[in-house]
Design a protein. Structure first.
Length: 310
């Protein structure tokens, strides 16, 4: 097992072990279910963003796509029903993701800049659609709309937690077991070599942004279902948490290396840190400091490992 792989697993096990010894409530069923539920939004975003990072691009618009998709879900559900609203949200996420990819491919500007600019555009679009107000489903359709956030018979594990597990499995299989996945790694590792080998680099990049858009839309649906509403400001800066999770998990910021399970490990570590601060009664003011140091350590490790190989 690579050092990067074993390191993240050891860190996760040690952190869980420390919390289980330091508190009497960490290993209770209620807290574990709560941990899974807390990881869902960032986890869904991280699935899409990890695919993008492996391909050598960044998606800074994911949280804005989340907001637009959630708003569309609520507004369509009011006129056409909840299933239509959910379908419209996913289609919106895929469309905005494809727009991201097309803008990156056609402009040839770094994806960091393009998606940052488009995130502002999408937030403005969400504001225009809602008029700056919070939008709600019809009262009659609210229970069906919020069903996406309900607990299940599986020990109280919520529907969003199962959704995250399903998305993580699907995206993992997409990367590991398909020709598309191999091309994603090839483009992220060396786009010029990939182009010379016959891979349509632009099409692959457009596709990974579309995947990220769908994942963001699913996150938007869960967030809207939990609150029973949607607004233009929802999910602000969550894309940074998702990128942090991917980086902490060992996905390279330079592309060509990474895995969905690594991103999920990073999400788990960030979730455990937040949970630990709450259970131990620590001042959460210091939580961003801890997370920032973790990101710095992960990026430094990635750079050191790459330098050692060369």
């Amino acid at each position: 097992m690579k050092l990067r792989d074993s390191g993240i697993l050891v860190a996760l096990i040690v952190l869980a072990g420390v919390l289980s010894l330091a508190t009497s409530t960490f290993l209770t069923g209620g807290n574990l279910v709560n941990l899974l539920d807390q990881a869902v939004i960032v986890g869904l975003l991280a699935c899409g963003i990890t695919v993008c990072m492996i391909c050598g691009v960044f998606d800074l618009s994911a949280a804005a796509v989340l907001a637009v998709s959630a708003v569309v879900a609520v507004m369509v559900s009011r006129s056409a029903g909840v299933p239509a609203g959910f379908a419209a949200a996913i289609a919106t996420g895929a469309l905005l993701g494809a727009v991201n990819g097309a803008a990156v491919v056609l402009s040839r500007v770094h994806s960091f800049i393009v998606t940052l600019a488009l995130s502002i555009v999408y937030r403005g679009l969400a504001l225009a659609i809602t008029g700056g107000a919070i939008v709600y489903p019809d009262a009659a359709g609210l229970p069906a709309f919020q069903s996406l956030s309900w607990p299940t018979v599986l020990g109280g594990v919520t529907v969003p937690s199962l959704l995250l597990a399903a998305v993580a499995v699907v995206t993992s299989l997409l990367l590991w077991r398909t020709t598309f996945g191999r091309r994603v790694y090839a483009v992220g590792g060396n786009p010029e070599a990939a182009r010379l080998s016959g891979i349509r680099v632009g099409a692959i990049r457009l596709a990974v942004f579309t995947v990220s858009g769908v994942c963001a839309a699913l996150a938007g649906l869960v967030l809207a279902a939990r609150g029973g509403s949607a607004q233009a400001s929802m999910g602000t800066l969550l894309e940074l948490s998702a990128i942090a999770a991917a980086v902490i998990g060992g996905t390279s910021i330079l592309g060509g290396e990474g895995a969905i399970w690594r991103g999920m490990a990073g999400v788990a570590i960030l979730t455990l840190i937040g949970n630990g601060f709450n259970l131990l009664g620590w001042d959460t003011t210091y939580r961003p400091i801890v997370e920032g140091l973790l990101i710095l350590a992960a990026v430094s490790t990635d750079h050191a490992l790459r330098h050692r190989r060369t």
